[in-house]
Ligand binder design. Structure first.
Ligand SMILES: Cc1cc2nc3c(=O)[nH]c(=O)nc-3n(C[C@H](O)[C@H](O)[C@H](O)COP(=O)(O)OP(=O)(O)OC[C@H]3O[C@@H](n4cnc5c(N)ncnc54)[C@H](O)[C@@H]3O)c2cc1C
Ligand code: SF4
Length: 711
């Protein structure tokens, strides 16, 4: 069944001209339907910004064409990869360009130089697969690596567990093929010449760049202008990493690769709580581990509760664990290093996991952390915002204790985990967002002061986006903020590239999604939504956008989401569907409630397989939501004919086989191709498929007689 969604705003002449201009210039699809705009109205953040139009360029020329049209029209552009940004970095009002759909090739792997050339939409695991035959991989590995793109990683300066060994994305970039807000395309590498005025900016701000920026590894907030200093090689490519699409659009990248460790061994260390675990980190760093991750025991409990005790390997005792990975040329060498590290870990609660199913299960739990932490231990919904703060690792224990006290003083809770080896803490908090952004603003402001007092960074790897840009003055002097603005203006003086982010920011409580959603209370004859306070709106806001439904998890026995894997279209992902349902609850873009065509189009290809109900770490159950939508739409109303043709198939079969000779008659009629085509079309099926034939003897009857049913 296919329902066509009308473009919603032809009345807006400026949008109509823009869309027309884009369609004339771009070979890929240009979609301004309300359903599509709903799907791209948010990323994995708290924010909602509805774009005017979404463009899916076919190749680099298409990207350039789309940018040219937007520049000529003076319309903002937001580049987007997997859309897994957690701070509202990948949403915008004007044109959203999705580079993940087509501009996603690994162009070259050079095993000698240990480099790769990629297009921006390449998913990290695809690059890893291409590099693996050469014994190589890209170093940084965000937990979202199965759907995050290299363009998005460059945009956010992504890190991940192994950044403690291999550095951030900025440390692994050789050069970037970019185009700025003025339409100037250049290769950014070492040297400031491509951008007139950049050298003067660096010379005018030497002192600020040397003292305020690059103080520790996870100082990801703000622009990383320290890379432009002469002693750091005046590296423009590295300085452009982490600029969140606000100064250039990345068209291609050359990145470094590192050797794949031979036999990494996982050591799990138990401590009474997360802060005690953090205290040990500096001692463990001396063992040069590949990763040091912290994880709250209560997060692991969530997995046990949801998937059963067998989903979690036997772990040492503790309220907080460190997951430490060590490498070696051989398994024996790695095991030896694991035992040496455990001896320095200040705990007897030690588990050592060589490569295998148990280690893989632990890493899976860690990777699902953000989705699992979407609920607190008490089951309340928890939100990002302060989800990736970082301090120098030596300050981590003290910082965590004060952060816990701050949370208590605001009456909020959350489950912590993160890249403790780099001092980076992931945390989602049950700040009430249902009514207003005030509680978020209050907590964020206090927390910003706390992290700054430890010499830390508001963001340790996700970037500032809309959540933290406003708070940069807590961390930086007016001189540094002035240098950021001057840097932006050299590349994008008209503020067309991802405006509202980093420089001249939107308020952190503007554009919040949740406060603008209306409750849709459970109906007496529908589902109770007991786990979501009886509110369909709360249920669909379980989707926080982590995007696991955009990954192919079949190798790890995952099934979600078969329809997305078939079409690779956000529309057919669990996340895309949840976004459209969230917009239905909002009611300003998707306006016709349960019977909105956008909603039915989004749910059309959902198979109702319930894979998401078990595989989605946030507990989204789209099959249930689809049943509720269909029930609310059609209760006491006529359904589309296709529902009766297919939905009533068991009834038709009983009827046809109950009357002797009717099966023969039906088969004869349906054997006539034109008749079969009409029936298929009416049933909403592809008319090219073959028609079923009815058995002359029902299966049950044949079974009772002890014979095989006839066909
Ligand atoms: C569950 C979860 C776990 C996460 N774990 C980690 C982690 O371990 N480590 C980590 O670092 N991050 C993590 N993240 C954050 C996020 O996944 C990463 O930042 C990731 O690299 C973003 O990639 P993306 O393709 O989704 O980018 P998007 O979200 O689409 O975009 C990211 C930014 O880059 C810009 N951008 C995208 N493409 C381009 C381009 N071609 N040119 C210029 N700008 C561009 C966008 O405008 C945006 O500002 C996590 C997020 C979630 C939801
Ligand atoms: S129930 Fe629907 S949305 Fe969920 S995994 Fe299956 S097809 Fe995807």
């Amino acid at each position: 069944m296919s329902i066509v969604t009308e473009p919603t705003h032809p009345e807006n002449a400026q949008t109509a001209d823009l869309v027309e201009g884009l369609r004339a210039a771009v070979r890929g699809s240009v979609d301004d339907s309300s359903r599509r705009r709903a799907e791209y109205s948010t990323d994995a953040s708290n924010y909602r910004v509805v774009p005017q139009v979404v463009v899916f360029p076919r190749d680099t020329d298409d990207v350039l064409a789309a940018l040219e049209v937007a520049r000529a029209a003076g319309v903002p552009v937001t580049s987007r990869g997997g859309g897994t940004s957690v701070a509202g970095n990948a949403i915008g009002t004007g044109v959203v360009i999705d580079l993940s759909r087509h501009v996603n090739r690994v162009l070259e792997i050079d095993p000698e130089a240990r480099t790769a050339r990629v297009e921006p939409g390449v998913i990290l695991t695809d690059l890893q697969k291409a590099a693996a035959p050469h014994g190589l991989r890209f170093g940084p590995d965000p937990s979202t690596q199965a759907r995050a793109t290299l363009g998005g990683m460059i945009g956010n300066n992504a890190c991940g567990p192994r950044a403690v060994a291999y550095g951030r994305t900025a440390d692994n970039v050789v050069d970037l093929d970019v185009i700025d807000g003025l339409g100037r395309r250049f290769i950014a590498g070492r040297g400031l010449d491509p951008v007139p005025g950049l050298d003067a900016l660096v010379r005018a701000n030497m002192e600020t760049l040397r003292t305020e920026l690059g103080r520790f590894g996870r100082q990801v907030s703000g622009y990383s202008l320290e890379h432009l200093l002469p002693e750091n090689g005046a590296d423009l490519a590295k300085a452009l990493v982490g600029t969140e699409g606000t100064v250039v659009t990345v068209l291609g990248a050359t990145v470094n690769l590192v050797p794949v460790p031979a036999a990494p061994v996982l050591v799990v260390l138990g401590y009474p709580d997360m802060a005690s675990a953090a205290d040990v980190v500096p001692a463990l760093l001396a063992h040069a581990p590949l990763a040091i991750e912290g994880i709250d025991a209560r997060l692991v409990d969530v997995v046990r509760r949801a998937q059963g005790a067998s989903a979690v390997p036997t772990l040492p005792a503790g309220g907080g664990w460190l997951m430490v990975e060590v490498g070696g040329a051989t398994l024996d060498e790695a095991l030896e290093r694991a035992h040496a590290l455990a001896a320095d870990a200040g705990t007897d609660a030690v588990g050592i996991f060589p490569p295998g199913a148990d280690a893989a299960a632990m890493w899976r739990i860690r990777a699902d952390g953000a989705g699992l932490a979407g609920r607190t231990a008490s089951g309340a919904q928890a939100w990002p915002g302060f989800e990736d703060s970082a301090v120098p690792p030596a300050r981590l224990g003290a910082y965590l204790r004060e952060l816990e006290a701050l949370m208590a003083s605001h009456g909020v809770d959350g489950l912590a985990y993160g890249h403790f080896g780099d001092g980076c803490v992931h945390l989602r908090l049950d700040i009430p967002l249902e009514r207003s952004g005030n509680p978020l603003r209050a907590f964020m402001t206090d927390a910003a002061h706390l992290v700054a007092s430890h010499g830390g960074s508001l963001s340790g790897e996700h970037g500032d986006g809309r959540a933290r840009s406003e708070l940069l003055p807590v961390m930086y002097s007016p001189a540094a903020i002035g240098a950021f603005e001057a840097f932006k203006d050299l590349f994008d003086p008209r503020d067309l590239l991802n405006p509202g982010v980093l420089v001249r920011p939107r308020p952190l409580d503007a554009d919040l999604r949740r406060p603008h959603a209306r409750p849709l209370l459970a109906a007496p004859t529908g589902f109770a939504f007991a786990h979501d306070a009886g509110d369909f709106t709360t249920a669909v806001h379980r989707c926080v956008g982590v995007g696991k439904c955009r990954s192919d998890t079949s190798a790890a026995d995952g099934f979600m989401c078969p329809s997305y894997l078939a079409t690779r279209d956000e529309k057919d992902s669990t996340r895309g569907r949840a976004r459209v349902l969230q917009e239905m609850a909002n009611g300003t873009l998707v306006t016709r409630g349960w019977s909105s065509p956008e909603v039915h189009e989004a749910l059309d290809l959902c198979l109702g397989c319930k894979a998401c109900s078990s595989d989605c770490p946030a507990g989204v159950d789209m099959a249930q939501y689809k049943s509720e939508v269909l029930h609310r739409t059609y209760r006491r109303r006529l359904r589309p004919v296709g529902h009766y043709v297919l939905g009533w198939l068991p009834r038709w079969i009983r009827l046809v086989t109950a009357v002797p000779g009717l099966a023969w008659l039906a088969n004869t009629a349906l054997g006539v191709r034109p008749i079969a085509k009409v029936v298929l079309a009416v049933g909403g099926m592809d008319t090219r498929r073959s028609m079923v034939t009815f058995a002359s003897t029902p299966f049950r009857t044949a079974w009772k007689r002890g014979s095989q049913p006839s066909t």
